[in-house]
Design a protein around this ligand. Sequence first.
Ligand code: T4K
Length: 376
Amino acid sequence: MSVQHEQRAILVARSSLPPLDEYVDEIRSIWQTHWLTNMGQKHAQLESDLRSYLGVNGIALFVNGHLALECVLEAMQLEGEVITTPFTFASTTHAIVRKGLAPVFADVRADDYTMDPSGLEALITPRTCAILPVHVYGNLCDVDAIQEVADRHGLVVIYDAAHAFGVTRDGVSSAAFGDASMFSFHATKVFNTIEGGAVCFCDPSLKERLDQWKNFGITGLESVEYVGGNAKMNEFSAAMGICNLRHLDAEIARRRLVAERYWERLEAARGLRLCLPGPRVHHNYAYLPVVFEDDYGASRDQARDALARQHIYSRKYFYPLTSDFECYRGRFDSRETPVARWVAERVLALPIYADLALEDVDRICDILLGLGRGSA
Ligand code: T4K
């Protein structure tokens, strides 16, 4: 029996769904219009709803976050080197490489695992065109310091904000930082459209290019101006997004209760490093990363295995570093990002989702506390 089908299993994530009747009501009109995809009415409505929710003007929807990222890299006509971090999902580095750009890896900070701006300047060369930091786990990067370096060197900043939907700092949405931000609306995310993604951007001229690129570069009935791809969000996904957005605040509030229970139970444990939101930040509680330090008393993998024996499936988000992937062997040296390497070897993402029972959180914490050396 696969992990997905084990009745008692607790997985690292669990998709949120709107009430079935609400979704059925939302898609009913599709049976009149027979309009299933190619930027239909649901697509237009979701874009408009997201513009209001995020407080941004520039947005383009995509079939997934990865193609959204590839598309914005291409639409910005970038060439050369892109400074990014290797402590991320495969998508970030792959998008850079697949667009013919060269990733240059900056290290991350030891407290929130986002790009360390203090090392940035030393990585800039005449070929550097952009900085692509990741708001990993929904933790906002040091956007002010990164922007300062980018402005000083005339570089574009594109955020991989796949994890950061719904996060704000001093009331400003994560969508508002840098030149552009990519969001993922994958089934495992705080806000999902089944599969889906978006790019939010400042330069209004990008809108036409992004929309045309995701539809084969077609610019008119008889004209095709770019070698575009197909990355359009369909109407059923857009309808799911319209429904899920109505429930997003409640979703984040429930996730917060789960996260706070973990932090309350684990904060005194020796050798367990938690990752709490900063004071100016309204977080989305997308992930629950825990770092197993050397004085915990067991390794990260032993903790993962102890949970798995009780049918609780945590995940090593993110191990290995993307710079250590087989497909990049010989191209990068992860010893140049020692903090990222240290974290990747010790981090475990614990289960978190809106309807995870607090008793289950307690059970997970009991297992981890039983394995470690007790209180700090
Ligand atoms: N940048 C970053 C930093 C990202 O993390 C991601 C995606 C992207 C870019 C690219 O965005 P997208 O192109 O995906 O929109 C999952 C997700 O597939 C992926 O979207 C996500 N990051 C990554 C961190 O996690 P896997 O390989 O771990 O997925 P999987 O299938 O093992 O699912 C994890 C758990 O989620 C399962 O144990 C159960 C639960 N689940 C999964 C699915 C598919 C559900 O509850 N419902 C579901 O439908 O990558």
